[in-house]
Design a protein around this ligand. Structure first.
Ligand SMILES: C[S@@+](CC[C@H](N)C(=O)[O-])C[C@H]1O[C@@H](n2cnc3c(N)ncnc32)[C@H](O)[C@@H]1O
Ligand code: SF4
Length: 458
């Protein structure tokens, strides 16, 4: 199904790139889901600092992230921190701890609070069965009230999700569904050990639509082993035919030193450099031709989607959960690895289930590390987010003076055609969109060459 009938396509063609230029720009670099990035945060920021940050939370409605680390299968490309299991009992015991963490967080927040957004992520949150999902909802609503039009999102793996789970969640008010798809080509699926047919995915989309889910997102990954321009074109066409409302086309983050499962991938079959970028170009071209609007760095949405409208209005924002229209909400996160941005600080929970259980049983916040934002961090973070969301930067006289060295360094990127620096505004060019991480890196005061395990910018 094409979405072109909804509104005219916002199509800006991207030109193919030459190898030499790509080699120059292809370097390890952050994805800037936070600024400063996680490697900068310190273990000296512990449970007490986290409690202080919660007490300082903004008074506007909050965003809540709940991490469910369990998966039934382990996909070889996966960059997430997952626990592979078939034992629902483990999830039940984990939920008991999450419930206690929610109570702790609510105590530290101090006053009764409302949620404007809940994001259930993983892992695979539909590892939880219906009664466990209900139990989690009761635990959340026991300590928070939820706004009537709150954005309630969940990440699912279509292959292990059942109609009953989607029906229950929709009945509870859940309204945003994000499905992992990645790639439909059988040779690619074999290389990454994730098997998922178009028919399975279609069945899940049909089921969600029939139940009344208004927003369905697909996650794709480009840069996986054995992807070729032809195979990837077929996948994109199959995706367009299934007609999701939003599509995220993530650049494959290859970090075998950190993620053991990635060592199983056939390394020689990875498309790299210009070959990888060509895959993004194909996705961009085909999706925009079909009527999707490119959103930020790697997302696409129907023209009537609120993200497309927010981007047009310059109000789009981005955080750990992806692109959002709810810019000002402080985020509190529960569960292993959960990342909060609250009360002027970042705080990350411990990664291991054992450490998590020990902290919660002691009645402590399970904080592993964090960072208190300085005024400089906030200013630079805003600049980076504006660049990544809106592909433009307002250059007020204060900003020009404040970031004079950075703007001077950007002149080289401007000469290379990645951006245009005017008197009042910096604009990222269509070519520069593919290298927006390189542009953002110019504003990163902590970046040291060779430090921090980042995926490559291409
Ligand atoms: C935590 S997963 C949740 C989805 C669900 N578990 C599934 O697999 O269908 C969220 C998304 O992260 C993306 N992802 C995982 N590993 C990645 C990697 N190494 N590089 C880029 N994206 C990745 C995938 O697109 C995946 O759908
Ligand atoms: S991609 Fe999804 S299902 Fe696969 S291992 Fe990662 S979180 Fe689990």
């Amino acid at each position: 199904m094409s979405v072109a009938a909804v509104a005219p396509a916002a199509f800006v063609p991207l030109a193919p790139l030459d190898e030499a230029r790509v080699r120059q720009l292809d370097m390890p670099g952050p994805r800037y889901t936070s600024y400063p990035t996680v490697p900068v945060w310190t273990p000296n920021f512990g449970a007490e600092a986290h409690a202080r940050a919660l007490a300082n939370a903004g008074k506007t409605p909050l965003s809540l992230y709940v991490h469910i680390p369990f998966c039934e299968r382990l996909c070889s490309y996966c960059g997430c921190n997952v626990v592979v299991s078939h034992d629902r009992g483990r999830a039940g015991r984990y939920l008991e701890l999450v419930k206690r963490e929610l109570e702790l967080v609510a105590q530290h927040l101090g006053s009764p609070r409302t949620l404007t957004r809940i994001h259930l992520g993983g892992g695979t949150p539909t590892f939880l069965d219906e009664s466990q999902l209900e139990q989690l909802w009761s635990a959340i609503t026991a300590v928070f009230s939820v706004e009537r039009d709150a954005e309630l999102a969940i990440e699912i793996d279509p292959v292990v999700t059942r109609r009953e789970q989607l029906a229950l969640l929709h009945g509870l008010g859940w309204n945003r569904l994000s499905m992992g798809v990645q790639d439909f080509d059988p040779r690619v699926q074999d290389a990454v050990q994730r098997f998922q047919s178009v028919a399975d995915t279609r069945a899940m989309v049909d089921c969600a639509r029939a139940l009344g889910w208004g927003s369905v997102n697909f996650d794709l990954i480009y840069g996986l082993p054995r992807q070729t321009p032809e195979s990837w074109r077929r996948t994109i066409d199959q995706v367009i035919e299934l007609g999701p409302d939003r599509i995220a086309a993530f650049s494959f983050a290859y970090l075998p030193a950190l993620r053991k499962q990635q060592r199983r991938l056939p390394q020689a079959d990875l498309p790299l450099g210009a070959a990888k970028l060509e895959l993004f170009r194909i996705a961009y071209q085909r999706l925009t031709e079909a009527g999707y609007v490119p959103i930020g760095m790697d997302h696409f949405a129907r023209p009537d989607d609120e993200l497309a409208r927010a981007q047009a209005a310059g109000t789009l924002w981005r955080d750990f959960q992806g692109y959002t229209t709810r810019r000002d909400a402080d985020t509190v996160a529960v569960g292993v690895t959960g990342i909060s941005r609250v009360g002027g600080a970042f705080a990350q929970n411990v990664k291991s289930l054992t450490d998590y259980r020990v902290a919660i049983e002691l009645g402590q916040l399970p904080t592993e590390r964090g960072h208190v934002l300085s005024a400089d961090d906030r200013e630079r973070g805003d600049v980076i987010t504006e660049l990544m969301c809106n592909f433009a930067l307002e250059l007020t006289p204060e900003r020009r003076a404040r970031f004079a060295p950075e703007l001077a360094r950007l002149e080289q990127h401007a000469a290379d055609g990645l951006c245009e620096i005017g008197a009042y505004r910096l604009e990222v060019t269509p070519l520069g969109r593919m290298f927006v991480r390189n542009l953002a890196m110019v504003f990163d005061a902590y970046l040291e060459p060779g430090k921090g395990a980042f995926s490559r910018t291409v």
